[in-house]
Write a new protein. Structure first.
Length: 295
């Protein structure tokens, strides 16, 4: 594999398609249209996400040498100092972009960066690991809301709390499943993640007893079903047979399911255009995931 291919594998480039929806869902929650500051938040999110990917493999290089020797660092295709330098440079760039959207956005990005580094360097293998990962996704959504709101006098970033909570809950469930992706052997985590998926599908899709058919409700329902379909099938298979390959497939499905979830959250906030824009990222994520693993 070429050097560019090794970096694409290290940074898990297909997973990047799951990132813009965080900021877009946060923007939708404020009731405002995405603006220039939203784009800065998306750029910051992309940089901080990729910083986390590079730092993750740098921190896990000894463990990967045993469990995943084909990964870029243990295989020698990328030197560990290069991965650490990339993580540092991407973090600085992400914070710089956030600062251009205002001090509140820089504060949110700083909290996000701190959470990412704390997770990769210490929290990942502790009981607090899944909660830290969930907090990172929630903070990423808040970054988009904070940047979009800017000096606007209105609901502001606080209105994004329910959406951030939903995204964090999904992330928590998927992260718990991912802790067994190399070893497999447990049906408990996939079953729990299935329950979370069902609950979130109901939340973002709307109350089933509401039989009024409107374009907004139809969009919410379609996106909620897309979320459930993307996440539930591989989780169900992993619960029946928690082998490493099926567990890894469930984690990959859970990562890709973030896109329709983000879109459904935007639709729930009444931002149909933002929801459709976010949902349009899903086919690309699915296509590139066939070439480079997202886990």
């Amino acid at each position: 594999m070429s050097a560019s291919g090794a970096w694409a594998e290290l940074l898990r480039l297909p997973a990047l398609f799951t990132v813009p929806g965080d900021a877009l869902a946060g923007a939708a929650a404020t009731g405002l249209r995405p603006n220039r500051r939203t784009l800065l938040a998306i750029g910051s999110s992309l940089c901080l996400y990729e910083a986390g990917m590079a730092l993750n493999d740098w921190a896990d290089r000894a463990e990967d040498a045993v469990e995943r020797p084909e990964r870029p660092l243990p295989s020698g295709r990328i030197a560990p100092p290069a991965a650490l330098a990339a993580a540092s440079a991407l973090t600085v760039t992400g914070l710089a972009l956030a600062s251009r959207a205002g001090r509140p956005s820089l504060a949110a990005a700083s909290a996000l960066a701190g959470t990412v580094w704390a997770y990769d360097l210490g929290l990942k293998h502790t009981p607090a690991g899944p909660a830290a990962m969930a907090a990172a996704r929630g903070l990423d959504l808040f970054l988009g809301a904070t940047a979009t709101a800017g000096p606007h006098r209105g609901p502001g970033a606080g209105a994004a709390t329910p959406s951030a909570g939903a995204l964090a809950a999904h992330t928590l469930a998927v992260t718990v499943v991912s802790r067994r992706e190399a070893q497999g052997g447990s049906s408990t985590a996939p079953l729990a993640a299935l329950a979370v998926t069902a609950a979130l599908t109901r939340v973002v899709g709307g109350e089933l007893r509401d039989t009024r058919v409107t374009a907004r409700r139809a969009l919410r329902g379609a996106l909620a079903l897309a979320y459930a379909a993307t996440a539930a099938k591989p989780l169900f298979h992993a619960s029946l047979n928690p082998s490493p390959p099926l567990t890894q497939r469930a984690v990959g499905g859970g990562i890709r399911a973030m896109i329709p979830l983000q879109a459904a959250l935007a639709a729930r906030a009444g931002a149909a255009g933002t929801a459709l824009l976010t949902a349009a990222l899903a086919p690309a994520a699915r296509k590139f995931a066939r070439k480079v693993s997202v886990t």
